[in-house]
Design a protein. Structure first.
Length: 363
């Protein structure tokens, strides 16, 4: 209703994610889900939204636990059920991401103390000149967990992104900020544990369509990789993957004959390939094999086993194989100084895709 607060007194039975959806209400959930699917954002690690099974999990060697997920789980060991519901709601609606896109100044540092700023800004500068797409209009923004305690930013998210009334936007902004401003949540890595490529082109919401093309880099995902010993390569690996999505946007590479989880898996693994090719190439980040093995682990750590989820990004093993294949494209090239056109590279990837996603259980 336009001028009344949504009823939050009732809690839907079932999973924590269902309760988080109930807190947000069906209108916001519907918009958030559509946006997430368009941008390739995951709803939440425990998402069970997809019912139709597109890939048989028994064919694949896949564990949902990686050093990254284990570290993150350790940071929320003292959280209550209600804390987790709030966090899932914030993740589902991408509050930190949208809040950062709308309200965070462009020159803000990356990381709690700016420790990732140099790696991120230098990599962004280099990858923009590496690929043969029009990239002058692409921006980059940090995502800080503290944005969730900013009532003004949250109000703008609910008012413009989710088209809620002034009354509802104020209600939701106060609801989430009152939770997030508690000391233990204010800079918690879980609340900015994401990075994504954004384009508003074609979005029916004028406020979303007006936002510039950009990459959003969360403090949390960078902090988590630093904590497990991959801080040396994670900013470059994550950023080059997200820029790979902008290559796909510009080249029209999202369309394929695949559907559902298999379609998303293709685009995500292709972005891994674009990223690894840039990182390995002598005219890109020029990383040697020792460091390539490290960013192998970065992509491995954010694989998933959500085979039926429309946001399935590929298993850890599939992501690792994609990185190794892209490295072999670089090292096996007769002309080491040549950068393949992006469409040529994408064609090579599509030809290789059946091998990259072949069943591997028992192998």
């Amino acid at each position: 209703m336009e001028n009344s607060s949504p009823d939050r007194s009732r809690r839907e039975p079932g999973s924590l994610l269902e309760q988080a959806r109930a807190m947000l209400g069906p209108e916001i959930v519907a918009t958030a889900t559509a946006n997430a699917q368009r941008l390739g954002l995951e709803e939440a690690p425990a998402s069970t939204a997809a019912i139709l099974k597109a890939i048989d999990p028994e064919d694949y060697a896949c564990s949902p636990n990686t050093p990254l997920t284990d570290w993150v789980a350790g940071t929320i060991a003292d959280w209550t059920t209600l804390d987790k519901i709030f966090a899932l709601g914030a993740t589902l609606s991408n509050l930190a991401g949208y809040g950062s896109m709308i309200a965070t100044p462009a020159n803000s540092p990356y990381g709690l103390n700016g420790e990732f700023t140099t790696a991120v800004t230098h990599t962004f500068r280099d990858v923009k000149t590496f690929w043969d797409i029009q990239s002058g209009d692409i921006r980059i923004k940090p995502m800080h967990s503290a944005i969730l305690a900013d009532r003004s930013a949250l109000y703008r998210v609910f008012r413009t992104i989710y088209n809620r009334s002034d009354f509802d936007s104020t209600y939701f902004a106060n609801l989430y900020a009152s939770w997030a401003e508690q000391p233990k949540f204010r800079n918690h890595p879980l609340l900015s544990l994401n990075a994504y490529a954004f384009t508003g082109v074609g979005d029916p919401n004028p406020a979303v369509a007006a936002l510039p093309d950009q990459i959003v880099m969360g403090d949390g995902i960078l902090q988590a990789y630093q904590a497990i010993g991959l801080g040396d390569v994670a900013p470059q690996a994550i950023l080059s993957h997200e820029f790979g999505h902008h290559v796909q946007y510009e080249d029209g590479l999202f369309a394929s004959d695949l559907t559902g989880p298999e379609a998303t898996r293709r685009t995500e693994l292709m972005a891994d390939g674009f990223g690894a090719y840039f990182l390995s190439h002598s005219r890109g980040a020029s990383m040697q094999w020792k460091r390539v093995r490290l960013f192998d682990q970065v992509f491995y750590g954010i694989g998933d086993c959500n085979f039926a989820d429309p946001g399935h990004h590929g298993t850890p093993n599939q992501r690792l194989r994609t990185v190794e294949w892209a490295y072999s494209v670089v090292t096996g090239a007769p002309n080491q100084g040549q950068i393949l056109p992006s469409l040529t590279f994408a064609g090579l990837f599509d030809a290789k895709l059946p091998d990259l996603v072949a069943p591997d259980a028992g192998s």
